[in-house]
Each structure stands twice: as structure tokens, then as C-alpha cells.
Design a protein around this ligand. Structure first.
Ligand code: AMP
Ligand code: SF4
Length: 512
């Protein structure tokens, strides 16, 4: 049923690029703690679906650099290829040429370290579901996956990977009666948590967004065909036209007859992840009607109002904090400068510098522009503090480069609680703000001053209104998840979640 090709047949058929699989663990780890989630893309009714998907995955690369994969359908056949590494590393021209057809699904993934990395790469492909192949790609994290997995294993399901996505695959595969769409809907009604799913069969593309709308997803038009993507920057990249955001709890079935939508679940409230705006998404993407750059800039402006300081220059930590830094500068009248330069070309196979070299100050990822900071009072804007490692290093770098004062301004509230929805947060005790007061954090990162954007300010920048802030704010007042700031999660967290998540962190390999 599956096309053979170069590479090696994986646990779900198709080909897998082992070349990069052998690469060393990722290095340099200003970004070791919280990691990108995943990016998903789907296409239906377009010539050369594989190429379109490839370019769309390029645009979504910031959402995951650990693995990439594409599955396509051509008539009754399904083809797929996936591997570890960046999109450019995983696909050679001949891999794309083998992926024939006019329907496709693609995925880029971050996963935590662990043995089963390649098995967890997506799309996941099943051989014989409702009489044919089925490919699934998932962005997000399910909060009852461990419970369902245990139940499925007791009923005889054998898992090939350690990913929570496979739970949905097994639920669909075990479903009896009705159509494949019924099986997908019934399976999704059993899972809880964050997801944007794309399912591909030879006859249709199906897309579903979780009932709280935790993860984003949009629909676009490409010629006579249709596309869906985690972020609209993928549409811009391939020349597709944005049609609309997919609604929380909405399922779209796209086939030769066009697009049919249904509401398969309703939640008490919408809870879109605010971290999509703060850090994850690309500034040129629009999510649920808001442009990411515009929101970040508004956050920076609001931060300037809440925490002004006398200084000579404002700099941002590239890339995610530049918009907020520009907003802060605009609101205060302090000039914005490019004070930090990022090397974007550090690949997975990079050789980690030895301790001796690190101690000698080898700086691979970020370097200050001495002429900008020397002898000046610097405001350094960053989008978040998780463990505090980044801020501490940068403050030191700026002082070494001659800054006379370093004032750190963070364009989001303090992160005090872990995320269970696909953002690979540190355990609570590793979150700097969970342990220390702002005053203690200022000392820990070595800054002259430190201030965070308030939750009310963040919501105002998002257009939600300040009255909506804080734990206990009545449901429906706003449409965002802010759980990592105040610990009030928008879904039930299952009784053994703490334990389950720990097991999964070691055993499952992170969010999807
Ligand atoms: P930390 O160094 O642990 O305090 O992390 C904060 C830094 O990591 C900031 O510079 C953020 O831009 C960045 N950051 C925030 N969220 C993530 C994430 N999910 N993955 C990688 N880096 C992140
Ligand atoms: Fe996003 Fe934080 Fe909610 Fe996780 S807990 S989904 S990072 S807002």
C-alpha cells in the first residue's frame, strides 16, 4: 500500500531519513527549557501537494526543528517521508518527487530528548483504517493521553511510539461502525487538552481544533484547492489566500465536494494560548484576527507605561523580542538600537564547545554590538523569563561590552506554573518566578532593575480588556489561556496528571 523509496521503512511504513537521525543532541541552549511546539499543514486539491507542503513547513520551521515529515495521497495510494532535523535536512529532491498526489499533510516537531525520537516524528501513518491508509499530524498536548493509553493497552493496543498522538490513532483504528469521520469525531470527544489535528486519507482531508482553541489553526485557499496551517505565514509563503480561522471545537472535512464544517465539541470558554503571541508564532502571522507583531509591539508600549526607566538605548533579544522592544522605545522616546546579534545558523550537528572554551567566553548564539551599549544605560527587552538563564547571560554580556546600567524589561508576566498543553515547560521548581520575588530575580540575573508586564497589561495589549485578568476572572471575560502565569488551567487536569506527565516526559518525549 505504501510507496517504497530511498531511506528505511519506518514503523508506520514510508521512508525515514536516517542521515540526520544520527546527529548529536541540539546544542547551545539559550532555549533549552521551553521549546517550540509543532507546526502542522494540510493541502487538498492542489497539484504537487508535496512541494507546497515542503514550502509551508519551511515557513513553520520556527515551531519545531527536531523532525519533519510529509504524507501525500494520490488516488488510493499514500506516500510519506519523515526524518530528524530541519525541513531542508530531511527532504532531498528525490524524496519530494516520490511524494505524489494532490492531497498532503506536513508536520514539524520539537520533542524532548529520548530514544524514540524518530518513531515520534510525524505525520503518523496507519495502514488499514476504514479500508485505507490514514495519516495524522498533531500540534499540542493531550492531558489525558496517559489514562487513555493505559486503557488501550489493557484492551490489546500495541504502541509503536511514545507520542500522545498515537493514542488518537489507536482510538480511531479501534472504532467500529459509522464512517471514518464518525471515528475521528468520537475519538476526539474522548481526548482532552490542546490540539490542532490534520488527518489525511485518499478521499479527504480532515482538520480539527480543540474545544478551547488552545492551539491556533487557519483555513486558506490555493487556486481551486484548500490549505490549512498552524500559522498564516505558511499561506503567505506559498501564495495562498487566508480564508478564516478555524473555530474552537470545529471540524472541517475537505474533499472533492468542497469544505464542510461541523462543531464537534463545545467548551465553556475559549482559551487561546497567549504564548503564541508572546513568543512562539512568527510576527508576520495573524492568529484569530490579531497580528503577532502588532500585539507584541502593544505589549512593549504597555510595558513602557507600567515600568519606565531613564536610559540611553533600548535593545531587544532577537528574534522574538524585537517587536516589543520597538514598542517600548516608541512609547518612551528612548532610541531603539540593534544591540544584540543572533547567529541563526547553528544547526543540530554543531559541535558543542568544551567547558574551557565556554569559560573563555565563546559566544555562539548571541553577541552584543559593543558600539551600541558601551558607556550607556541600556534597557534590554525580552519576551519572557523561564529559568532566567538567558537574562542572566545577556546582562553579563552587556556589562562585559561596557554597558553602565542594564534594566531588564519583560513583555509578559512572570511564568510561575508549568504548561500542560504542548509547551515544553520546565518543572515548577525550575521556573525562576515560582521560587523568587521580582526583587530576588533582579539580583539573580544581575540586572540594575527588572520589571514584568502585568497580566492586565498583557490582556489589554491583546485587546481583551484589563478587567479580565487574574485567577477567578469570570469565564468568558476573555478568550485566552494564561495558566502559566496564574495556575488556573482551562481544562480539567487529570488526577494522576502530575505523575502521568512526569512519566510521559521521560517516556513519551514531549508535546506534539
Ligand atoms: P530562560 O532563559 O529559561 O529564562 O528562558 C527565557 C528565554 O527563552 C527568552 O529569551 C525567550 O525568548 C525564550 N523562550 C521563551 N519561550 C521559549 C520556548 N518555548 N522555547 C525556546 N525559547 C523560549
Ligand atoms: Fe500557553 Fe501558558 Fe496556557 Fe501553556 S499554560 S497553553 S504556554 S498560556
Amino acid at each position: 500500500m505504501f510507496a517504497a523509496g530511498g531511506g528505511v521503512t519506518g514503523p508506520f511504513g514510508g521512508t525515514e531519513a536516517f542521515g540526520v537521525a544520527a546527529a548529536a543532541e541540539p546544542v547551545l541552549d539559550l532555549s533549552r527549557h521551553w521549546h517550540e511546539e509543532c507546526g502542522v499543514f494540510g493541502v487538498w486539491g492542489c497539484d504537487n501537494a508535496a512541494q507546497l507542503t515542503y514550502y509551508a513547513l519551511y515557513a513553520l520551521q520556527h515551531r519545531g526543528q527536531e523532525s519533519a515529515g510529509i504524507a501525500t495521497v494520490d488516488g488510493t495510494e499514500m506516500f510519506h517521508h519523515r526524518g530528524l532535523g530541519l525541513v531542508a535536512e530531511v527532504f532531498a529532491p528525490e524524496d519530494l518527487n516520490r511524494l505524489a498526489g494532490t492531497g498532503g499533510v506536513g508536520h514539524v516537531r520539537y520533542s524532548t530528548t529520548g530514544a524514540n525520537k524518530l518513531a515520534n516524528a510525524q505525520p503518523m501513518v496507519l495502514f488499514d483504517v476504514y479500508g485505507g491508509p490514514l495519516a495524522l499530524a498533531h500540534n499540542g498536548n493531550l492531558v489525558n493521553a496517559m489514562l487513555l493509553r493505559r486503557e488501550l493497552e489493557e484492551r490489546g493496543s500495541i504502541f509503536q511510539s511514545t507520542s500522545d498522538t498515537e493514542v488518537v490513532a489507536h482510538l480511531i483504528a479501534r472504532h467500529r461502525g459509522g464512517s471514518l469521520t464518525d471515528a475521528i469525531v468520537d475519538s476526539l470527544r474522548r481526548v482532552q487538552g490542546a490540539y490542532a489535528f490534520v488527518f489525511l486519507t485518499p478521499g479527504r482531508l480532515v482538520e480539527a481544533r480543540d474545544p478551547q482553541g488552545l492551539r491556533p489553526m487557519a483555513l486558506g485557499r490555493f487556486g481551486d484547492g484548500w490549505v490549512v496551517a498552524s500559522e498564516t505565514c505558511a499561506f503567505d509563503t506559498i501564495g495562498a489566500e487566508f480564508v478564516r480561522d478555524i473555530q474552537p471545537g470545529e471540524l472541517l472535512v475537505i474533499d472533492g465536494a468542497g469544505v464542510r464544517d461541523m462543531r464537534f465539541a463545545r467548551a465553556a470558554r475559549k482559551a487561546l494560548c497567549t504564548f503564541e503571541y508572546i513568543y512562539f508564532a512568527r510576527p508576520d502571522s495573524d492568529i484569530d484576527g490579531r497580528n503577532v507583531h502588532v500585539v507584541r509591539k502593544a505589549m512593549g508600549k504597555r510595558l513602557a507605561k507600567e515600568a519606565p526607566v531613564e536610559a540611553d538605548v533600548v535593545i531587544g533579544v532577537p528574534d522574538s523580542s524585537i517587536s516589543a522592544a520597538v514598542g517600548y522605545a516608541e512609547a518612551t522616546g528612548i532610541p531603539y538600537e540593534m544591540g544584540l546579534i543572533k547567529n541563526k545558523y547553528i544547526g543540530r550537528t554543531f559541535i558543542q564547545p568544551s567547558q574551557v572554551l565556554r569559560e573563555r567566553g565563546v559566544r555562539l548564539k548571541l553577541n552584543p554590538v559593543r558600539k551600541v551599549v558601551e558607556g550607556r544605560r541600556v534597557v534590554m527587552v525580552d519576551d519572557s523569563i523561564v529559568r532566567g538563564t538567558t537574562s542572566r547571560r545577556i546582562v553579563q554580556m552587556l556589562r562585559d561590552a561596557g554597558a553602565v546600567e542594564v534594566h531588564v524589561r519583560i513583555s509578559s508576566p512572570p511564568v510561575r506554573f508549568p504548561c500542560y498543553y504542548g509547551i515544553d515547560t520546565s518543572a515548577r521548581e525550575e521556573l525562576l518566578a515560582a521560587r523568587l520575588s521580582v526583587e530576588e530575580m533582579t539580583e539573580a540575573i544581575g540586572a540594575d532593575s527588572l520589571a514584568f508586564l502585568s497580566e492586565a497589561g498583557m490582556l489589554e495589549a491583546l485587546g481583551a480588556g484589563p478587567e479580565a485578568a487574574g485567577p477567578g476572572a469570570p469565564a468568558g471575560r476573555h478568550e485566552f489561556c494564561n495558566a502559566c502565569f496564574h495556575g488556573e488551567y482551562p481544562t480539567r487536569l487529570y488526577d494522576d496528571l502530575g505523575k502521568g506527565m512526569m512519566e510521559m516526559a521521560g517516556h513519551r518525549g514531549g508535546g506534539s
